[in-house]
Design a protein around this ligand. Structure first.
Ligand SMILES: Cc1cc2nc3c(=O)[nH]c(=O)nc-3n(C[C@H](O)[C@H](O)[C@H](O)COP(=O)(O)OP(=O)(O)OC[C@H]3O[C@@H](n4cnc5c(N)ncnc54)[C@H](O)[C@@H]3O)c2cc1C
Length: 423
């Protein structure tokens, strides 16, 4: 079968069969899985990218992500940033505030030496751009909608069993590969099957997410506002819109998400910057429970997990996808540096685990600390965090340090190995 990247609601495989063997099978075509396929598109390796949800539906996810400078560097490294840039919203100011407390901290591009503090990208736009780039990648075959149901290791190969996404006429296929990459999200059925243990905890909070249309936007400002009930991120989107991620205790989140449009806006308005423009429309509300999770090992037999399948953090500070892209960066380098006969060997994958596990753990701990420190009305804690805000505001090196950490630039970046170019 010729390798093709042809996103389609139709199954690409007509009947149960043995699919052509590949070198790397990426399970899950979220942004993390798609990015890995893009990073390996000129590697000469045969890649299968397998996604359970039909292409069109996957792209309607209403998610948007704050992309930090580290992700910009990653997208530059894989050669897709120029295609993404016209579709993402740069922000030139981040305003950090603690409830009604008047002392606010501002982060500017000069604090990082970059032209923007960060960017906001919508899931659909990023996914479509990456899918578009993969269309010309002859070594990448996209199986969609196909769900991976089992992964069995047989000597120096792994065999995946796939079921087509059409429930009316399910079909089974088998795919042999040297390495399986689990990019199948937070619940990762594959990770569970490979016996990789998640460790962590649920927060008693959920995020209510909505998009606001506004009249006179201040599109360059991103807000991180801390309320005793939980943090609230307000991110500027292209075309006069903001994305609100409002963390609340579960029952309150349920109640707020169930309000009609008018009541929701009335409830939300007092929590927004009073200088913000008039809200003209609000999208449907989505609700996401929050959790912290990291697996004990990223590596199994001929298997590795990345992105949300490996770790999840509280949305405060918008770190989750940025960590996943960093995983992709490190794993792609590892795969490119591994001789083909050793692809999928546990010893070479362990280098990836050692490099990424502790870096992700540090960021997870940081988001946990932020959420606990700010979702707290006990006066000694309030005093400490307000003193911390004052320090951030007045001690520039401290502010730069914190911002570089949040932007992913403080920890060592994957070494700058050159990607193979298209021939
Ligand atoms: C409210 C909220 C706000 C957030 N804001 C930000 C932010 O501002 N910045 C940021 O960096 N991060 C943010 N995050 C985190 C971010 O959403 C995740 O880290 C990111 O989406 C993870 O991407 P992924 O590709 O690893 O997983 P997913 O997006 O979950 O993709 C996994 C894919 O695998 C597919 N799949 C699953 N099982 C199978 C199977 N068996 N076979 C085939 N396919 C399968 C799924 O259909 C899915 O498409 C936020 C999270 C939340 C909840």
């Amino acid at each position: 079968m010729t390798s093709t990247f042809a996103p389609s609601e139709q199954s690409l495989v007509a009947s149960p069969q043995e699919l052509p063997a590949v070198d790397v099978a990426i399970v899950g075509a979220g942004i993390v899985g798609l990015s890995l396929a893009c990073a390996l598109r000129n590697s000469g390796l045969a890649i299968a990218l397998i996604e359970a949800i039909p292409y069109a539906r996957e792209n309607t996810k209403g998610q948007a992500y704050a992309l930090h400078q580290v992700s910009r560097r990653f997208f530059e490294w894989i050669g897709v940033w120029n295609q993404l840039l016209p579709h993402v919203q740069p922000f030139e100011l981040v305003q950090l505030s603690d409830g009604e407390y008047p002392l606010q901290v501002y982060f500017h591009p000069e604090d990082l030496g970059t032209e923007a503090v960060g960017y906001v990208g919508e899931h659909a736009v990023i996914a479509e751009t990456l899918q578009g780039i993969l269309q010309s990648a002859r070594n990448v075959t996209f199986y969609c909608p196909w769900r991976v149901v089992t992964n069995e290791v047989k000597g120096d190969r792994a065999e995946l069993t796939l079921i087509s996404g059409d429930p009316a006429a399910p079909k089974v296929a088998y795919l042999t590969t040297r390495l399986v990459v689990g990019a199948d999200g937070g619940k990762s059925p594959l990770r569970q099957q490979m016996g990789i243990e998640p460790k962590g905890w649920q927060y008693g909070q959920s995020c209510v997410v909505a998009t606001l249309d506004v009249t006179h936007p201040q599109p360059v400002i991103a807000y991180e506002r801390f309320w005793p009930t939980g943090p609230m991120g307000v991110l500027p989107l292209p075309r006069n819109r903001y994305r609100v991620v409002w963390t609340l205790p579960h029952p309150e989140a349920q109640a707020v998400a169930a309000l009609d449009d008018r009541a929701f806006v009335a409830k939300l308005q007092p929590y927004l910057d009073p200088r913000m423009a008039e809200i003209t429309a609000v999208s449907d509300r989505f609700i996401f429970p929050t959790q912290l999770m990291q697996v004990t090992s990223y590596v199994g037999d001929r298997f590795v997990v990345i992105g949300d399948a490996a770790h999840r953090c509280h949305p405060v500070g918008g770190q989750g996808l940025n960590l996943g892209l960093r995983d992709v960066w490190a794993l792609a380098q590892q795969i490119l540096a591994t001789p083909s006969e050793r692809l999928g060997d546990r010893s070479s994958l362990m280098q990836f685990h050692r490099q990424r596990w502790w870096q992700n753990a540090l960021t997870l701990a940081f988001t946990d600390m932020l959420n606990r420190l700010f979702s707290n009305a006990w006066w000694p804690v309030v005093g400490v965090r307000r003193w911390g805000l004052w320090l951030l505001r007045t001690v520039s090196p401290l502010k730069h340090l914190v911002l570089r950490f949040m932007a992913g630039l403080l920890l060592p970046l994957p070494s700058d190995c050159k990607l193979p170019r298209a021939r």
